[in-house]
Design a binder for this molecule. Structure first.
Ligand code: SF4
Ligand code: SF4
Length: 122
């Protein structure tokens, strides 16, 4: 490239909007449809295990821990953020959020654990 052309490109770029974000200082831009951390709403869960059945990476374990009592464990270190569990849940007890800063030193912090106790007439 000729020096004159290069100088023109350098100077003109000074007045153009940047294509990148000043991350992590600027977190303003949200990407539509982005699939990030799962959020659970335990009070809606009925322990049907449909999320566990459909999860392609076996990141969800729902087990009975008593009469009409369930423990749900979602391991985000296995999750591929496909959103299948949230789509299949009949009670909208799981939601995909746009949170993406999930790095942890302790893998236990990447587990979502909740307990469900169904009402006697459920
Ligand atoms: S988002 Fe996909 S991989 Fe992650 S827990 Fe749900 S079904 Fe499994
Ligand atoms: S989270 Fe939804 S799909 Fe999974 S067990 Fe609970 S109600 Fe069923």
């Amino acid at each position: 490239m000729k020096p004159g052309r290069m100088l023109y490109q350098v100077l003109s770029s000074l007045f153009k909007k940047t294509a990148t974000l000043d991350y992590p200082h600027d977190k303003s831009q949200k990407i539509k449809g982005f699939r990030g951390r799962l959020k659970a709403y335990p009070q809606r869960c009925i322990g049907c295990k449909m999320c566990m059945r459909d999860c392609p990476s076996q990141a969800i374990i729902i087990k009975e821990v008593g009469s009409k009592q369930f423990e749900a464990q979602i391991d985000l270190s296995k999750c591929i953020y496909c959103g299948q569990c949230a789509d299949v849940c009949p009670k909208m007890a799981l939601e995909i959020t746009d949170e993406f800063e999930l790095a942890q030193f302790d893998p236990e912090k990447l587990k979502i654990v909740f307990h469900v106790e169904l009402k006697k007439n459920t």
